[in-house]
Design a protein around this ligand. Structure first.
Ligand SMILES: C[S@@+](CC[C@H](N)C(=O)[O-])C[C@H]1O[C@@H](n2cnc3c(N)ncnc32)[C@H](O)[C@@H]1O
Length: 266
């Protein structure tokens, strides 16, 4: 089977995916612990497999017998990764079809951002169909050092949640999430769209919470979220996540409204 997708830039960085990895361990640790086959795929690991090696190390603390497979559509990158293979960690060629694997977790970071938006639905469908029962796929993006990240979690039925994650000590304003939204949302951050209204509400609350900066950025972020929730945004009530700089919303609350979007810019 021909791998589904196209080769794109391979930019990566050590430790840039720590935020999503920590979140995965916390939120889906029990899914991994309970999996009949503890198989995890890192799709599109890039020019160096460093973040796949890190993912495997982090997941091993949750499930010591986890099997991590790094899949890349670029065969040269698969060859270059072979020296990093180890027990429970391998690298193979594959695309959105996941090379016939049936993983319980897929992490696809900074992959779809390089595709036209029109290809997202097809890629999501292929990824979802390849998941093991109860499995999840994380489609996300982040900045180069991994201080700002956003991701959509999909299950076998469709997108389930959106998560925004930031290193709070360097966060100027939640408005900066706008530059790092997943492909499915970035072109819909326009007036009239839920994601635009949500980021505006979060940014306004961040400004109102400025006095809490005295007590540290975590306090400020927590107050920002409490205020935003009080205006009706259904951010999950997980204060331990807020203190880490993470917030999660159900997908239906930010799904783009087809009538409200200008032609997408790919
Ligand atoms: C920017 S790198 C991301 C590296 C790493 N995941 C990160 O976030 O730092 C994107 C990689 O995805 C690969 N890629 C693009 N489409 C793919 C697909 N359909 N299946 C597998 N890999 C793909 C590209 O070849 C490229 O190496």
């Amino acid at each position: 089977v021909r791998p589904q997708g196209t080769v794109t830039r391979g930019t990566t960085n050590p430790n840039r995916l720590r935020r999503v990895d920590r979140w995965l361990c916390r939120r889906y640790g029990s899914l991994l612990r309970g999996a009949a086959d503890p198989l995890v795929v890192d799709l599109g690991y890039g020019a160096s497999p460093v973040t796949t090696v890190e993912l495997a190390a982090r997941l091993r603390t949750v499930r010591p017998d986890v099997r991590v497979v790094g899949l890349e559509i670029d065969p040269y990158r698969v060859a270059a990764a072979q020296p990093f293979a180890a027990p429970g960690l391998e690298f193979r060629t594959g695309g959105f079809e996941l090379a016939g694997l049936r993983p319980v977790i897929v992490r696809a970071f900074n992959v779809l951002r390089q595709y036209p938006e029109s290809e997202v639905d097809g890629a999501w469908r292929a990824l979802r169909q390849a998941l093991a029962p109860g499995g999840v796929c994380i489609d996300g993006t982040c900045d180069e050092p991994g201080r700002l990240a956003t991701w959509i979690t999909l299950d076998r039925t469709g997108p389930a949640t959106l998560t925004l994650a930031a290193k709070l000590s360097t966060l100027d304003s939640p408005a900066t999430f706008a530059e790092r939204l997943p492909k499915a949302l970035i072109h819909h951050n326009t007036p009239g769209q839920p994601i635009h209204a949500f980021l505006a509400a979060l940014t306004a609350a961040w400004h109102t919470a400025a006095p809490y900066t005295t007590f540290g950025p975590r306090q400020r972020f927590t107050h920002t979220i409490t205020t935003t929730r009080s205006t009706g945004w259904p951010i999950e009530p997980t204060p331990h996540q807020w203190r880490q700089g993470n917030l999660t919303l159900p997908w239906p609350s930010i799904v783009p409204n087809p009538e409200g979007t200008r032609a997408s810019r790919d």
